[in-house]
Design a protein around this ligand. Structure first.
Ligand SMILES: [Zn+2]
Length: 98
């Protein structure tokens, strides 16, 4: 039995910010059931590209008052589309605050 190295390099999955909302079991169950309904990235699909979705996104962000539990406010996205959506939301918020 080899001796395992110490876990000094152990890291939690990378997250840009930690929001306890996303740890909720109810949210996890909701994303699982949503991705069964909609397994492909919606934004890619709109452009005619078939991409497997990797996460479930709130169409209207929670920060902007979107309903976090409303299925109609959910969409499956891939990492790339989610990042670009996040970026444009951030830009929009900065413009509003400015
Ligand atoms: Zn996509």
């Amino acid at each position: 039995m080899p001796i395992l190295p110490p876990l000094y390099n152990y890291r939690k999955p990378k997250q840009t910010r930690h929001d306890p909302f996303y740890d909720k079991q109810r949210w996890r169950d909701l994303t699982i059931s949503h991705r069964k309904e909609e397994p492909l990235c919606r934004k890619c699909k709109e452009r005619g590209i078939v991409t497997a979705g990797t996460l479930v996104d709130h169409i209207v962000p929670r920060l902007e008052g979107g309903d976090e539990w409303d299925e109609d406010n959910l969409q499956t996205l891939c990492d790339r589309c989610h990042q670009s959506k996040r970026q444009s939301e951030k830009n929009k918020r900065q413009r509003v605050q400015a």
